[in-house]
Write a protein that binds this ligand. Sequence first.
Ligand code: PHE
Length: 483
Amino acid sequence: MSKVSIHGAWSSRLIFIFAAVGSAVGLGNIWKFPYIAGEYGGGAFVLVYLVSVLLIGMPIMMAEIMLGRRGRQSPVNTMYNLAIEAGQHSAWKYLGWMGMIAGFMILSYYSVVAGEVMAYIFRAASGAFTNQTPSGIRSIYSDFVSDPENLLAWHTIFIIVTMAVVARGVRDGLEKTLRILMPLLFVLLLVLVGYGLNSDGFGEAVKFMFQPNLEKLIYTVNDNGVQELTAKPILVAMGHAFFTLSLGMGAILTYGAYLGRDVSISHVTLTIVIIDTVVALLAGLAIFPIVFSHQLDPAGGPGLIFQTLPIAFGSMPGGTFFGALFFILLFFAAWSSAISLIEPAVAWMVESKDMTRVKAAVWGGSIVWLLGIASIFSATGTTLRDIFITLLDWVGLETIGLKQDFFSLTFFEVIDFATANIMLPLGGMLTAIFVGWVMHRESVRAEINVRHGDLCTLWMTLLKYVSPVAVFIIFLSVIGLLG
Ligand code: PHE
């Protein structure tokens, strides 16, 4: 196996950490985590998420970095080579394929949301939030998302800036920017939490986030108002552990391919996981006090961040400045995650399709851009049912009854569920099985260089038994076999 990747290498351990944290910290922490925690009732959901990060996410992150560093190529080719090295079937490369496809799917809506963030930089800077009521803030948001041309323009800009960095190479494109901006984002989140601390909703927010309420976790209320057992919140919490840590699709594996031999994988993993988790919890502690001091609905959905934080910016001193700065930093966080969503595919195109980075980036960007259009219509409220009715209309057919729950979802909801809650956990589970059961133990040990023997055994146990079994059981229970 070659010693370095053809795509270059990180210049230091610290830069790898910045890049991996840049990948992990993004819209998942600040936009998605609060709204799904709100939707699934807070405390117990947060607890399942934290446990999943610790017992499933951490070991799989170590596994991905290790695989990348050993394979030194894109996920598809790394999996292929390592499967051959272990004397196994080359079909393991399809794990890499699934990851690439998941990356495209996630980026298609990620980019639309990141576009909304960019637009909000200008909203904030223009003073649009100053002294607005919560309902005024809400209508600013709903006016904004009901304008598809506008969303499309921002989506396009975001794809272009992402591809510009990917085309230059992740290292050159990323290193300098992230060094300054990531710490700044952290400080600004602290400012927002400080603002929340002084509001009457803070106590309730802390209770909401940290007091486990089991009922919300295993029951849903169906259309007829009857409580039903469900495993969905647990699946979503676990899926989010993968999403927020960028696991299960090869992003971290690809970054691991550019990592030097002398770096301790367990140390960098611990650092990345701690930072990512703290950022998510801070985002919750910034947003929920606003929710509760203004009697807003914590289950307000994907618009939650856009409907809460502007209230704070509108009333705090210097809010125009802080608001604009916050959305700028969030944009950078989203940008560095977006880059890692497409890097596995670009690396693969360069390796196996003989393309230049520029050409590969243009290809990747175009596919994602097209897919993203479907999510733009989701933001304006178009469901699959609406799409089918329009299509049937075009071909001149009567509308048949599309009553099933599925059709009342938006395209965004379907892609989000398919990726975060199915493809990433499945990818992670197969990664754990590959490292735990398929690879030769000596190859794993040679690469992982954990000096502490006990730690290595613990890691292996989590990978071999805990992660695959947990993901499997949660899948089964959602399918309904276990209730
Ligand atoms: N982890 C990123 C976030 O939280 C999203 C992401 C998922 C990035 C998967 C890469 C791979 O925003």
